[in-house]
Ligand binder design. Structure first.
Ligand code: GCO
Ligand code: MG
Length: 404
């Protein structure tokens, strides 16, 4: 079998997605997600200009060899653009391999290690009262874990909370330039413990409560947050600090037993190696599209399993249903699965990417179709042209740029 063509489809059914479709001389094709939120066209161009010509004529069965060829062959290693492009190829090749075998990809990865993939949902509201209602809604749907985010008194808007009652959505195309939000660490740290206290008091001791700090604190501030939340036993706090300085997590660890989840912006095993090997984190949040595909993500999770670190893959709406389908294949099969983020996509997105995964009672089930169990409806995709969209930019109240 040979690869005969590959094409990049950019579509915006409510938000932008980049998808690679690889076709073969036997009529079998595979798809892979290549979406890099806010920088989509860089990956589309990397694929079209520099990768697609290398794929034509290759044997699609040689997944590892193709991965090494693209990674080592680029010479310029790692980085979100390169690794998302490689991920798209890798994911599409796993899709093809599953279709050829007549098996869902998770069977090729060793089969099920569990009956379902436990997910967490996003509960958010401007006020804590509003948040309690949202958490209640998720609990009624069967969720075993929820991420809780509220507005911060004194700040006009905050990461993770939807505008005017809508659900939070990363990036939007409403303005030509990035939105700007304001930040105060003191106001935030003074507020969050009371949110956890009220949610824990209302919903009892066993509901998983998560919170995303989104890289905004210093290590000692993160240590203070972790300590202040300990009475309310968070499932995890996420991205407490910028993770470029991996040794910074030692400081957090010295002060708190609150579990830590990190990794959605990482692209390679090298980005989380120290965090994993020094047991500075509890969950690694890398996922298929931004961390080199199924092949490389499995390598990260295998390393993590040696150090009691579990998976907690990123699953925001900017990761397409193709990525989620692929992530579920790993989630169901690896020994050290922890939790999967799940933000349901819009109806428009689901129509462009028909998929077989299903949600019930707090669990996602991967599709049992051969391959990844997800498709790309190219006609539907063509109805939604690309719309430039940026992620917001954050500033301290004095105007200093700060992580968003
Ligand atoms: C999450 C993430 C997202 C990111 C988004 C960026 O935990 O779901 O932090 O909200 O901000 O995916 O594109
Ligand atoms: Mg996050």
């Amino acid at each position: 079998m040979r690869i005969t063509s590959a094409k990049v489809v950019v579509t915006s059914p409510g938000r932008n997605f980049v998808t690679l479709k690889i076709e073969t001389d036997e009529g079998v094709y595979g798809i892979g997600d290549a979406t890099l939120n806010g920088r989509e066209l860089a990956v589309a161009s990397y694929l079209t200009e520099h990768v697609v010509p290398l794929l034509i004529g290759r044997d699609p069965a040689r997944i590892e060899d193709t991965w090494q060829y693209l990674y080592q062959g680029a010479y310029w290693r790692r980085g979100p653009v390169t690794m998302s492009a490689i991920a798209a190829v890798d994911t599409a090749l796993w899709d093809i391999k599953g279709k050829v075998a007549g098996l869902p990809v998770y069977q090729l990865l060793g089969g099920r290690s569990r009956d379902g993939v436990t997910v967490y949902g996003h509960a958010s509201a401007e006020t804590t009262d509003g948040l309690l209602k949202e958490v209640d809604r998720f609990v009624a749907l069967g969720y075993k874990a929820v991420r809780i985010q509220t507005g911060v008194p004194g700040l006009p808007s905050t990461y993770g909370v939807g505008h005017a009652g809508t659900t939070y959505e990363p990036a939007n195309a409403e303005s030509a330039l990035p939105e700007e939000s304001a930040w105060s660490t003191e106001k935030y740290l003074a507020h969050v413990p009371s949110v956890f206290a009220q949610v824990r008091a209302e919903f009892g001791p066993t509901l998983g409560l998560l919170h995303d700090v989104h890289h905004r604190l210093t290590p000692i501030e993160a240590a203070r947050l972790g300590k202040s939340l300990e009475p309310y036993t968070p499932y995890w706090i996420e991205d407490p600090v910028r993770a470029e300085l991996q040794e910074g997590f030692r400081l957090i660890r010295q002060h708190t037993t609150t579990p830590i989840a990190v990794g959605e912006v990482f692209n390679s095993i090298w980005d989380c190696q120290q965090l994993i090997q020094e047991q500075l984190i509890d969950f690694v949040r890398t996922t298929v599209v931004h961390a080199g595909g199924i092949t490389h993500l499995r390598r990260i999770f295998d390393l993590a399993s040696l150090y009691h670190v579990r998976s907690g893959s990123h699953g925001a709406t900017d990761l397409s249903p193709v990525c989620l389908s692929a992530a579920l294949q790993l989630d169901i099969s690896i020994p050290n699965f922890g939790l999967q983020e799940y933000m349901p996509h819009s109806a428009e997105t689901d129509a462009v990417f028909p998929h077989g995964y299903t949600f019930a009672d707090g669990y996602l089930q991967p599709s049992d179709e051969p391959g990844l169990g997800v498709d790309l409806d190219e006609e539907a995709a063509a109805e939604y042209p690309y719309r430039p969209a940026y992620l917001p930019v954050n500033r301290l109240e004095d105007g200093t740029v700060h992580p968003w």
